[in-house]
Design a protein around this ligand. Structure first.
Ligand code: ME8
Length: 686
């Protein structure tokens, strides 16, 4: 069985953990737990990024020594992961001796390859990103496009890494490994970035000292990203010759499946810098880098200003780790941006977990009294029983394939399908009627068996995301807790393995309902109140039903301005009268101001322009828009437009369009919705 190695980003310690960090970590944990269940040797790494200017300055602000400051930030992360039942096998800190030595070993390998040289450096640096910026990337006023804060001019001697030499090898590698970066749209961004050519990378700094010293040149400390990225191998004892570090041999060996889970903000570092360093050192590359999207909170970007950096602890306390993990991973399409909405969490909990899964068990267990509280013995399954059995087997295979492909929410969709199918089966078979007469007891036994076996399937399939609830379900089925073992594949595949005679143990509801009063109290306690909006928690929770928007008939972008638009607009727009949507639905649409950086005609397509639009993200997006009959490419460059940023990518004329530009048809022609020049790209439109 292939070794499986999964990592999260190592988080900066300048702030305490929040639900964005929790989301990445819960996703990686779900994968680690799944692969352990499959019997694979599995290793899961998380940790902290403790060096760099950002951390040094934060320590200074607090009047602390950097080491004392970073030490003080470890417990909040460790506690958060404990609360969320994260099962990492290791926790790497970049200030640890094992890590520092490993980074220095890697440096020497890059140097031995001839990829490190000393030169004068003069350029811009954003401390927020810990990243260099070219003049071209900056917003007016020398603002970082991501942090919207002024960048700093840096002029010093620096060691450089010959990144430019790796553009071609990287592109060849990308071609040979079509699944290297996921989702696909993000891979395209990375490829276009590399195709445009790479500049050598400054990898040392001499104007501050909070970092790992360059070997033999201690007046230089290493660039924090070279330091940080190495954590993925330093934690395994690498880089090392074969035989020296067993974990490194196993989990970074040629046949290991190595997956980095990262947020889309740090994609470039993981898919360009890190692979280039590894290539230079002659080390294998990770198998896949999975970039998930960005979480907002009740439709708002998380920010200190808004006071909505949600720490996971109060949510775990209110709902339990399992429910929080389930909500994150089910609500958000993995790879797309998503919203953390308290009201929605409670709704999903009540509907899917309470009324769906919990109810399934509660509806059947009482009838087991008819069979002395034991799972009845039944013969071969037929008819509706056999149909549900084969559906369960099919869905178990689907969940497995989705988890193998890191399609976390799709796996949960398939699980939900089985919950619904099993509930429908109970509705159709009406065990409450079957229990009324001795003549139908045989049939009742079959219905009870099939339902309980569905719950057993679900208890295994849900274990990676809801480990405690899965075991609670199992306990009521009279089954032991799941204990993964290397070499033993515990994934359910054959329906009918629940042993007859097992004594069920009906207990408390696994998902007790949250009633309206409790919900109100929870929302009042948990929903952050934006500053200056005292007492208006409802509004920010997206709970205000009265604020539902009216969508005029045929609305959408009637000009078919943006692709992927045409078909969607037509389907969505044809209604018999005004429709309303809930505020929650509206909040799901990620509207953002974008700056058009480049525009060109799409060959042989009269209507289409290919745009590159800055949405305040690390790389611009490609958007294919049906506006070529109204605007020339020259008229588009430099315009600020409004973009639907979370529309699923679509292929048009062979190009992937990663968003839609909004426009309106007027009697005088198509007009683009616009924003004035002082609105930074990426600003949400509400
Ligand atoms: O970038 N939604 O650390 P960091 C979803 N130290 N995920 C979010 C999020 C949000 N709103 N906010 C943060 C660093 N994240 C570097 C990484 S790795 C070698 C070095 C998650 O503390 C997401 O995974 O800024 C993102 O990539 C990561 O936290 C950034 O964490």
């Amino acid at each position: 069985m292939k070794p499986f190695y999964v990592t999260t980003p190592i988080y900066y310690v300048n702030d305490k953990p929040h639900i964005g960090h929790a989301y990445s970590t819960a996703a990686a944990d779900m994968l680690a737990r799944y692969h352990r269940l499959r019997g694979q040797p599995t290793r899961f790494l998380t940790g902290l990024d403790e060096h760099g200017l950002k951390i040094e300055r934060r320590a200074q602000e607090l009047g602390q020594e950097p080491q004392a400051f970073v030490d003080s930030m470890v417990p909040p992360f460790e506690e958060a992961w404990q609360q969320l039942d994260i099962t990492h096998d290791d926790f790497i800190r970049t200030t640890s001796a094992r890590h520092k030595e490993a980074v220095q070993r890697l440096w020497k390998m890059l140097e031995a390859k001839g990829d490190i040289y000393l030169a004068d450096y003069e350029d811009w640096y954003c401390v927020g990103c810990e990243s260099f910026k070219t003049e071209k990337e900056l917003l007016p006023g020398n603002l970082c496009p991501d942090h919207k804060k002024p960048v700093e001019k840096i002029k010093e001697q620096s060691y450089f890494f010959r990144l430019s030499a790796y553009a071609e090898p990287l592109l060849r590698y990308f071609d040979a490994h079509p699944d290297f970066v996921k989702p696909e749209g993000r891979f395209n961004e990375v490829k276009s970035f590399v195709r445009a050519g790479l500049r050598d990378l400054s990898v040392s700094r001499s104007s501050f000292s909070w970092g790992i010293p360059v070997p033999e040149q201690p007046e230089h400390v290493m660039y924090v990203w070279l330091d940080a990225l190495t954590n993925y191998i330093s934690a395994l004892g690498g880089p090392a010759e074969p035989g020296v570090a067993p974990l490194y041999d196993q989990f970074w060996g040629e046949d290991a499946n190595v997956i980095h889970i990262v947020g889309k903000d740090i994609l470039r570092f993981h898919t360009i810098y890190w692979p280039a360093f590894l290539m230079s050192a002659g080390i294998r590359l990770p198998s896949q880098v999975w970039a998930h999207g960005w979480l907002t909170v009740n439709g708002e970007k998380m920010s200190k200003g808004l006071g909505n950096f949600l720490p996971p602890a109060p949510l775990v306390e209110a709902f339990g780790a399992d429910v929080l993990r389930y909500y994150f991973l089910r609500e958000v399409s993995f790879g797309q941006d998503g919203d953390f909405n308290h009201k929605n969490l409670i709704a999903r909990y009540n509907n899917e977990l309470g009324n769906g899964l919990g109810n399934l068990l509660n509806r059947i267990l009482p009838f087991l009294k008819k069979f002395d509280g034991k799972v009845p013995d039944v013969g071969p399954l037929e008819g509706a029983d056999a149909a549900l059995a084969s559906l369960a087997e099919g869905l178990a295979a689907q969940v497995r394939d989705n988890l193998d492909a890191v399609q976390l929410n799709r796996a949960l969709d398939a699980i939900k399908e089985l919950i619904d199918a099993a509930n429908k089966y109970v509705n159709d078979e009406e065990p409450w009627n079957l229990s009324k007469s001795d003549e139908t007891l045989g049939r009742l036994a079959q219905v009870a068996y099939v339902t309980l076996e569905c719950v057993r399937f679900l208890s295994v399939m849900l274990a990676p995301v809801m480990p405690n609830k899965a075991n609670e379900l199992r306990a009521q089925l009279g089954l032991g807790a799941l204990e993964p073992q290397v070499g033993v594949d515990a994934w359910p595949s054959r329906f009918g393995e629940l042993p007859a005679g097992t004594a069920v143990v009906a207990g408390k509801p696994v998902f007790p309902k949250i009633d309206a009063k409790q919900e109100e109290a929870l929302l009042a306690r948990l929903v952050p109140v934006p500053e200056g909006v005292e007492g208006d928690a409802e509004k920010s929770s997206g709970a205000d039903k009265k604020s539902a928007k009216k969508a005029p008939k045929g609305q959408a972008d009637s000009g078919g301005a943006g692709a992927p638009s045409g078909a969607d607009a037509a389907e969505g727009g044809v209604t018999d009268g005004p429709t309303t949507i809930e505020f929650d639905d509206f909040a799901k649409v990620d509207l953002r101001v974008g700056l058009v950086l480049t525009a060109e005609k799409v060959p042989k397509k009269d209507r289409l322009l290919r745009l590159e639009v800055d949405l305040g993200e690390p790389a611009p997006r490609q958007i294919v828009a049906g506006i070529a009959e109204h605007f020339t490419p020259e008229q588009m460059v430099g315009r600020r437009v409004v973009v639907v940023a979370n529309l699923a990518p679509r292929k048009l004329a062979g190009l992937v369009s990663q968003g839609m530009v909004l426009a309106t048809n007027t009697p005088t022609g198509l007009q683009l919705l616009a924003a004035s020049d002082d609105v930074p790209p990426g600003t949400p439109a509400k």
